[in-house]
Ligand binder design. Structure first.
Ligand SMILES: Nc1ncnc2c1ncn2[C@@H]1O[C@H](COP(=O)(O)OP(=O)(O)O)[C@@H](O)[C@H]1O
Ligand SMILES: [Mg+2]
Length: 364
């Protein structure tokens, strides 16, 4: 028997998305940075475009826990040629600009610059466009994307598509300078974006929410889990395990955890992380995950899969909600006590069909 409780998940998801204030600060910071790059005397001739990437853009970002800052990933496409600049030199070109506008607010990382704002940190990755024709593609892509339209409507395509649902932007990988390795490397953010957009469409808009729910599960259980896999590598594995055609977030969560448990049982037994080819370039997304960590993570997923299945098949909200709360913590709404006419506290909206009623729908 299943429950007509889509608003439980809707309310939970509402509470784990980046906040309105974080979104507003991100849009503000992004717009200001772009104007500065376009008008800076030193950089403007080499500047091609800037666009959002990462989990924020893919709508798979969760609100950071414990007062940490939300991280927003930005790609800056330049005309720099890798034949003329070492990675360290390419990054150094941006230092006078950052000193001028973001003095004391930026720090250099191996492959990016972090610009710290009050609730958000912008992570700026500098790239070289491999050929001039590609500069045009990335420029047009950036123009077509309106950062102000970062929507909460997760059923909308993440990138613009043609009438067949294929991405409008066919592009070659970009090259990023890795200062620590002293080498330029491929990256292809548009392919990760369009893969996610298409997967989300095959999952009726639920995929990005399954990712957020499971990333939140990882945060809630951080004490029992190894530090990795997390963020993109975890999202990638969820992408490989989440079945197409799911009709609710709850179904996606249960079936993803179950498929993860099955698919990687042998890897876990052999303490090997799986090989997971990047969607866009020839790289192993799991390269930094140790076999031991993967096996520990797998054991926790297997336990979570059982609990999620129990919650999904529970006969009523009073049974289901505490199980979901074991998985997702106290951001998941409590069920009202049986017989009460209204929810016991204000952290969730009235639920369709009356509190705790059993009906024909599934959790959404
Ligand atoms: N191991 C990896 N393999 C492929 N792409 C990666 C990897 N790590 C990060 N990325 C890319 O860089 C983006 C920004 O990294 P990060 O902020 O760490 O992840 P996220 O924003 O997904 O939490 C990711 O969203 C992903 O597009
Ligand atoms: Mg990020």
């Amino acid at each position: 028997m299943t429950l007509p409780l889509p608003t439980y998940f809707a309310d939970f998801l509402q509470d784990i998305r980046p906040t309105k204030a974080q979104r507003a600060e991100m849009i503000d910071g992004y717009s200001r940075l772009k104007e500065r790059l376009q008008s800076d005397a030193q950089l403007k001739t080499g500047f091609v475009s800037m666009f959002l990437q990462g989990s924020y853009k893919r709508r798979t970002a969760v609100r950071p826990k414990d007062g940490k800052k939300a991280d927003v990933d930005l790609i800056v496409v330049t005309r720099m040629k890798e034949s003329e600049f070492t990675p360290a030199e390419a990054m150094a070109c941006f230092r006078p600009f950052l000193e001028k506008y973001y003095h004391d607010k930026y720090r250099q990382q191996g492959r990016s610059f972090g610009i710290v704002m009050s609730t958000v940190e912008m992570d700026l990755v500098i790239t070289a466009a491999p050929v001039e024709a590609e500069a045009g593609v990335y420029s047009a892509f950036a123009k077509s994307e309106d950062v102000l339209q970062i929507e909460e409507d997760e059923s909308q395509p993440i990138v613009k598509t043609d009438s067949n649902g294929n991405p409008q932007w066919k592009s070659e990988p970009l090259r990023i300078p890795d200062r620590d390795l002293g080498a330029w490397q491929d990256t292809h953010p548009l392919v990760q974006l369009s893969w996610t957009s298409q997967k989300n469409a095959r999952c009726s808009g639920h995929f990005v929410n399954v990712v957020k729910a499971l990333k939140w599960w990882r945060l809630v259980h951080a004490g029992a889990l190894p530090d990795r896999p997390k963020s993109y590598p975890l999202e990638h594995l969820i992408g490989d395990c989440c079945p197409d055609g799911i009709s609710s977030v709850a179904e996606g969560v249960v079936r993803t955890l179950e498929r993860f448990t099955q698919s990687y049982a042998l890897h876990a037994a052999n303490t090997h992380a799986p090989y997971a080819p990047d969607r866009g370039v020839d790289q192993n997304v799991m390269a930094r995950i140790s076999g031991d960590d993967f096996a520990k993570f797998h054991a926790q997923v297997a336990a979570a899969a059982k609990k999620a299945r129990q919650a999904f098949e529970a006969p009523d909200a009073q049974t289901a909600a505490p199980l979901w709360r074991e998985l997702f913590g106290d951001k998941f709404p409590r069920a009202p006590e049986p017989g009460r006419g209204s929810p016991p506290q204000g952290n969730f909206t009235p639920h369709q069909g009356g509190p705790g009623m059993v009906g024909s729908g599934r959790f959404a």
